[in-house]
Design a binder for this molecule. Structure first.
Ligand SMILES: [Zn+2]
Length: 254
């Protein structure tokens, strides 16, 4: 069964490769068909958006094949001998697989299953929780690595999720093309959704490959961002506790 047929079944809509005026985007590809479906469905598909409802697991092999062909063209345009240079043989496929399965996997995979446990007994936990997560991301502008740590704080609400889930959710948000400011917002939103807590604080300290490896060549530079919601924003005591806790964790960890 080919990937087109599977897409037909999954979307209940006939595939048409050739009758769409698409401003020069290549049709006749699975990526072209999925792209048109997102446009018709008013689905935003920016580098930082999750599009897993449009890409099935079965589509990925074919999408990787298509991306491999496209990366071969890029290498050709860069005048790199991908036939005789042993280090460049297979690079196009390695890039295609890396984008789909690793550095942009958070676009194509549905969110992690964050099973919640009730936190409603008489002696329920009502304090602050601050989780430190190591993150790897990529800037949408230059496709250069962005790496660092996130501190995710919440005031426990009616449900709790496993500690590793905070990091899994943050990594799922990070494994896309992002801007640090947007990534910070995305993590806060998804943590709030998974925990039902309106009181969420997220602090990111990241280094940007696009500032270190090119442009200003700023080695050892870092950028911090924070998003504070609910009590983290409105209550000075909560805000102070969050920043005091993360400062303590930062000074112990670095
Ligand atoms: Zn950049």
């Amino acid at each position: 069964m080919n990937a087109n047929h599977q897409l037909d079944n999954s979307m209940n809509e006939p595939v048409s490769y050739n009758n769409i005026d698409d401003k020069g985007y290549k049709l006749g590809t699975l990526a072209g068909v999925i792209r048109m479906r997102m446009i018709r469905g008013n689905k935003r598909f920016w580098a930082g958006d999750n599009i897993s409802e449009y890409v099935t697991e079965d589509n990925k092999d074919r999408l990787i094949d298509e991306a491999t062909e496209a990366f071969e063209k890029v290498l050709d345009a860069l005048l790199i001998d991908r036939e005789n240079d042993p280090n460049s043989k297979g690079t196009a496929r390695r890039l295609a697989k890396m984008y789909y399965n690793e550095i942009m996997a958070g676009r194509y995979e549905p969110g992690p299953d964050a099973t919640a446990f009730p936190n409603d007994s008489a002696d329920r936990y009502e304090g602050m929780l601050v989780v430190r997560s190591e993150l790897r991301s990529m800037c949408s502008h230059h496709h250069q690595p962005v790496s660092g740590v996130a501190y995710i704080g919440i005031i426990a609400a009616q449900k709790l999720i496993g500690l590793s889930k905070y990091t899994r959710i943050a990594q799922w948000c990070a494994r896309r093309g992002t801007l640090q400011e947007e990534l910070c917002n995305d993590i806060a939103r998804e943590i709030s959704r998974a925990t039902d807590s309106e009181n969420v604080g997220v602090y990111l300290r990241m280094t940007h490959g696009c500032c270190e490896n090119r442009g200003i060549m700023a080695h050892d530079s870092s950028t911090t961002t924070s998003v504070l919601k609910g009590a983290f924003n409105k209550d000075p005591g909560t805000k102070k506790e969050f920043f005091d806790t993360l400062s303590l964790q930062e000074s112990n960890k670095r």
